[in-house]
Design a protein around this ligand. Structure first.
Ligand code: TRP
Length: 338
């Protein structure tokens, strides 16, 4: 119950696209922190299906992954009693605010977004307008909920910056409307890279499945992939320049065990890469096992998941509507007669 004496908790918003399997990069870089943050913040976590269609999707897969995304949030420890979880396309205010914000965003600033440049290169046959205005929709996601803090991986920092710029510009022109959001980039697991090319980010859209560890896969698959991970020709487990592969595995191991680089170097002193890789693979699989079990249990209970989905959307829509009404008033839209 809300009382006057209750201190208003700061609000968190974040989201992941249901565009592919989720990897330990998503888990360590984002979702694991979301779980911790639930106790101190009012958290809203979204499955951003509207962002996903900026790249061509198979409709049946997108639909299935959306429900799986929600199941995975819960399996990872997001508690529906504490946090709001919902699907972006269930709350029309995201698209509506996105339009207004796009009229307050400059062509030039969108052209400078590195993700746009990367994705247009990767999908040269489908450089659609949605790919270009992607950051505006993301700004709408964040600003609709008067979000204070946005926990994301380092690759999303530029998108938070543009959301702040858009909010500041809008507030400057129309008067105070939006809270200016802060990025929160987690220290551990912030740069989990590909197992097959450790100079690249681990990505769920990489065509080579050996390049990533999925949150949901078998123990054997995880262990096998880590065993095959690309490492340099040396033999010492040491965190140093030029050893991208080993550094990446050390980051993964550290994120799952809480051990420092020093601890890890000592633990594997005099042992080879083989021993280290086995330990990383096994630890990773062991730590993920409870999530994997819970995901399997939840997946069998569609009615429960849909209940959470509906409740989340209702609550999100209520909060979003408040901001959207304010925005419509500020820009001069005539209020629909009641
Ligand atoms: N762009 C984010 C990503 O690809 C996903 C996202 C969409 C998001 N809207 C958001 C993250 C709002 C944080 C807040 O990872």
């Amino acid at each position: 119950m809300e009382t006057n004496t209750e201190i208003k908790r700061k609000r968190i918003f974040s989201g992941v696209q249901p565009s592919g399997v989720l990897t330990i990069g998503n888990y360590l870089g984002a979702i694991k922190n979301w779980v911790t943050l639930q106790d101190d913040y009012e958290c809203i976590y979204c499955v951003v299906d509207m962002h996903a269609i900026t790249v061509r999707q198979t409709p049946a897969d997108l639909r299935r992954r959306t429900l799986e995304g929600l199941a995975l949030y819960i399996a990872c420890g997001i508690d529906p009693q504490k946090s709001t979880m919902f699907v972006q396309s269930h709350v029309p205010a995201h698209a509506e605010l996105s339009w207004v914000l796009s009229c307050n965003t400059m062509f030039g600033e969108l052209s400078r977004m590195t993700q746009f440049k990367d994705k247009s290169q990767k999908h040269a046959d489908n450089i659609n307008a949605g790919l270009f205005t992607y950051p505006v929709l993301m700004a709408a996601d964040i600003l609709l909920y008067q979000t204070d803090v946005v926990p994301v991986g380092i690759d999303q920092k530029q998108h938070i910056e543009i959301a702040r710029d858009i909010a500041e510009r809008f507030n400057g022109v129309y008067g105070d409307t939006f809270v200016i959001p802060e990025p929160y980039i987690s220290k551990t697991g912030m740069k989990i890279t590909s197992l097959t090319d450790p100079t690249k980010k681990m990505s769920k859209s990489d065509p080579n499945p050996n390049s990533y560890i999925q949150i949901i896969e078998t123990r054997d698959e995880t262990i096998k992939k880590v065993k095959r991970a690309v490492t340099d020709s040396g033999s010492e487990v040491k965190f140093e320049e030029g050893k991208d592969g080993i550094c990446n595995l050390m980051n993964i191991y550290s994120a799952f065990t809480g051990k420092s680089y020093d601890d890890i170097e000592k633990e594997f002193e005099g042992k080879g890469y083989g021993d280290f890789k086995l330990a990383v693979g096994e630890t990773c699989a062991d730590k993920l096992q409870p999530v994997r079990d819970e995901f399997a249990r939840l997946s069998a209970d569609k009615a429960y998941l849909e209940g959470i989905m509906k409740e989340g959307a209702d609550r999100a829509a209520y909060l979003a509507r408040k901001t959207l009404s304010k925005v419509y008033r500020k820009v001069g839209f005539y209020a629909k007669p009641q």
